[in-house]
Design a protein around this ligand. Structure first.
Ligand code: MTE
Ligand code: LUZ
Ligand code: MOS
Length: 750
């Protein structure tokens, strides 16, 4: 099935929040935010702003009738600052005016006086000063203390990976309308409609049933709208509560870049021990996560870093610890991979450091430590249906790794100013929300009396094509043509209490619920058809809009069965609930079986480096990816390609920069560079690994949204290989992104 949005996307007819027809009396909102990163608010003077014609009202924390609190995991974040500000860009007030131009004019007239406090921008500094979000967490397997003694080689090092801006094409935004009796309808560009509903209810001091949240689709989220779509919608809702008029707020790009959190930068310290036969025997890491000024999703992201700290390797003795460090940056948040990529970068760095010191190729160490069946992860889960070796071997053979390595070495022997580099990057990514209670979803299916069908789920479409997958599931079970199916908007009044669209699990969770609901409907319809045809229900199936008996098509149509169901007063609606079985996790022991399954794969990356300029080109990325049994290979390969580009951007060019006083310097697309067509890999091959698929995945088609981002990590090490080929004195650094500036310095390091 083609992506069901392709027609309207291509014609520019798809509807996003900013395209909604708004009421004539709608007002425009605009946030006034902190112009300093840390301090006490001495006073704010709104009088000049309020005096402008067209400014209807300026809202602050004083107007909150419920709680001025939006923290999801830890209640540590006010909607609007009260006495203090803790990051540059922190919302202080919300201007509501008759136009955006007027609101902007008013904003610059607000006068604020802040008594400044010292600013912390790095995790290291926060750790030194004891500034944390919560208590650190540790995972342990075996005994690292004693096992380093049994190692023939032990290496230690430090790594840094920078943050990353989501840069969804559609910025954050919402449109909020009053209904009768103080009810409020919120249309939001959010991955978490329930999160918006719940937080709005809390802040407004009204029950959740008075708030309806509706989402048609997002112009990208990438994790940036899992938690951080909420504040804008809630601000507008507060205004609606007072004014009883609709309020629309779409952030412009600069405001969005300044006020929202990003991927977490991590500083990490590793110690890796190997035996002579290249087995990694012991591994220790301390992760310092730069969480920003409030918790947001940081504790959950920190946890996923620990889950992925050993990537796709088996290491018998592991100790990992993560500190969520409180700094004066905007609260950092979910970003594709959710802390997993940061963890994997460290183990890959540790292996690279070991290989460099031992004078061998990194891939030799990687290859002989890959996970195999029944290995134990540091968190107690026993690995089953492991594809790590198969993915590696398939990539090695299909893409002729040995020849590629030989070519690269030959090239480097005969060329001086140009060098090539190559790397292999295996991945293993756990599928499920690591917080077990979040792994559930529901679907609501209505078959209308003309035989057409409406499907509602908790899934949010954000470009990953989850809606198309939901229709495929329904179509398959109901046995009707795609034109009879429609995917409804995601709406809290139809499907309630949803987990956000995240963790790559949306298609699995919501798809399983659709599968259950459709199966229940079919059971009813089988009975009706069985009476009409005088056959046993077990022999009856539905396909191609007709009823079939065994493998034979009858003349009885889908429409006729539906009409009969109406006459017999049989319900044509069904609601189903799915909760992932088996999974569990005990946080007191830090052990359990948190993931439904893992996704595996291997990427081989080759680059060419211009050693005069420090610039590089990615010649090719060849990937063997474990899709399970892909239900839509076009969509899934698209996800791999997109995630790869995003991973490469994070590792090579996307450089978030804050000044020492906490101001975002990379605050526009002129100073924050994301991959474009010129910096994309010249060739990308994505081949599916042949497997049986996993029955915990929807139609055995494994989750695909996040895992391939981590193939991008391979690019870092391919570039590093090329640098080292030019400059033997180069002491390896693990400081991402590996920008051309850093490459150039490394090339000429003495
Ligand atoms: N693909 C597109 N086009 N746009 C997005 O915003 N988000 C990614 C991934 N792929 C995203 C995307 C992230 S962060 C996640 S968690 C998954 O999609 C979520 O969708 P899924 O659970 O349906 O895979
Ligand atoms: N969000 C979340 C996620 O709340 N929990 C998770 O485990 C997760 N994993 C990946 C992406 N988002
Ligand atoms: Mo994705 S980071 O789970 O939204």
């Amino acid at each position: 099935m083609k992506n069901i949005d392709s027609y309207t996307h291509l014609r520019g007819e798809s509807i996003f929040v900013d395209d909604l027809m708004i009421r004539q009396d709608a007002l425009i909102g605009l946030c006034f935010d902190a112009p300093k990163a840390n301090g006490r608010i001495v006073q704010v003077d709104y009088s000049k702003a309020e005096a402008i014609e067209g400014v209807v009202r300026i809202f602050t924390y004083k107007d909150v009738l419920g709680e001025n609190q939006i923290g999801g995991i830890i209640p540590d974040e006010p909607l609007w600052a009260e006495d203090e500000v803790h990051f540059w860009g922190q919302p202080i007030a919300f201007i509501v005016a008759t136009s955006e131009a007027i609101a902007k004019k008013a904003r610059v007239l607000i006068e604020i006086e802040i008594e400044e406090f010292p600013v912390i921008t790095t995790a290291k500094e926060a750790k030194e000063k004891g500034s944390f979000i919560n208590a650190p967490r540790s995972f342990n397997l075996g005994d690292t203390k004693s096992s380093f003694k049994d190692c023939d080689y032990v290496f230690e090092g430090e790594t840094f990976s920078n943050g990353q801006e989501h840069l969804y094409l559609e910025t954050q935004g919402c449109y909020v309308e009053p209904k009768e009796n103080g009810d409020i309808k919120i249309t939001s560009s959010t991955q978490g409609p329930t999160q918006v509903q719940k937080t709005a209810a809390k802040v407004l001091g009204i029950p959740m049933h008075k708030i309806e949240v509706d989402v048609t689709r997002l112009g990208g989220g990438f994790g940036g709208k899992e938690d951080q779509a909420t504040p804008w919608a809630v601000m507008a809702a507060v205004a609606v509560q007072y004014l009883n008029r609709p309020v629309k707020y779409i952030l412009n790009r600069h405001d969005d870049l300044r006020m929202t959190g990003k991927r977490h930068p991590y500083t990490s310290f590793f110690k890796i021990g190997l035996t002579k036969d290249l087995k990694i025997h012991a591994f220790e890491v301390e992760f310092l996560q730069n969480s920003g000024a409030a918790a947001d999703l940081s504790p959950a992201i920190a946890e996923r870093t620990l889950f992925h700290a050993t990537n796709s390797y088996f290491i018998p003795n592991v100790q990992t610890t993560v500190y969520s460090c409180k700094t004066n940056l905007p609260p950092n948040t979910a970003f594709r991979g959710f802390g997993g990529p940061q963890g994997m970068f460290v183990i890959e760095s540790a292996i690279a450091a070991a290989a460099d010191n031992m004078g061998i190729d990194k891939s030799n160490i990687q290859e002989c430590n890959l996970l195999v069946e029944n290995n134990e992860f540091s968190y107690g889960q026993i690995a089953t249906e492991v594809q790590a070796v198969k993915a590696w071997q398939t990539a090695k053979e299909k893409f002729n790794l040995e020849a590629l390595q030989k070519e690269t070495n030959n090239f480097n022997t005969v060329n001086f100013q140009t060098k090539k580099g190559i790397s292999v990057m295996p991945i293993a990514f756990g599928i499920s929300f690591t917080n077990t209670p979040m792994n559930h979803a529901r679907a609501l299916i209505h078959i209308y009396q003309d035989g057409s069908v409406g499907v509602s789920t908790g899934a949010v479409e954000m470009g990953q094509s989850v809606n198309t997958k939901m229709l495929q599931v329904a179509q398959d079970i109901l046995g009707i043509s795609a034109d009879k199916l429609k995917l409804e908007t995601t709406n809290t009044t139809r499907v309630a209490n949803t987990s956000p669209t995240a963790a790559s699990s949306t298609a699995d969770l919501n798809g399983k619920a659709v599968e259950m609901a459709c199966t229940n409907l079919i059971k009813r319809l089988q009975k009706i058809a069985s009476n009409l045809l005088s056959k046993e229900p077990e022999n009856i199936s539905f396909s191609e809009n007709f009823v079939w008996i065994d493998a034979k098509k009858t003349t009885l149509t889908w429409g006729e069965v539906i009409a009969q169901a109406m006459l017999e007063r049989v319900s044509l609606s069904e609601n189903a609930h799915y909760a992932t079985p088996i999974i569990n996790f005990d946080k007191t022991k830090e052990k359990g079986h948190p993931f439904a399954y893992h996704v595996y794969g291997t990427a081989i990356t080759s680059v060419t480096l211009d050693c005069l300029h420090g610039t590089y080109e990615i010649d090719a990325v060849h990937i063997i990816h474990d899709f399970g049994k892909s239900m839509n290979l076009g969509i899934d390969i698209g996800q791999v390609e997109g995630a790869l580009a995003q991973g490469i951007g994070w590792m090579t060019m996307e450089e978030i920069a804050y000044s020492s006083d906490g101001k975002l310097l990379s605050n526009a697309l002129s100073t924050y560079k994301v991959p474009d067509i010129f910096s994309a890999a010249k060739k990308v091959t994505v081949l599916p690994l042949e497997t049986e698929g996993n029955s915990m995945a929807i139609k055995k088609s494994k989750a695909v949204g996040e895992p391939p981002l981590m193939y991008g990590i391979g690019t870092y090490f391919a570039i590093q290989h090329a640098v080292k080929s030019f400059n033997k004195n180069h002491k390896l650094q693990f400081n991402a992104p590996f920008t051309p500036e850093k490459v150039l310095m490394s090339l000429y390091e003495k």
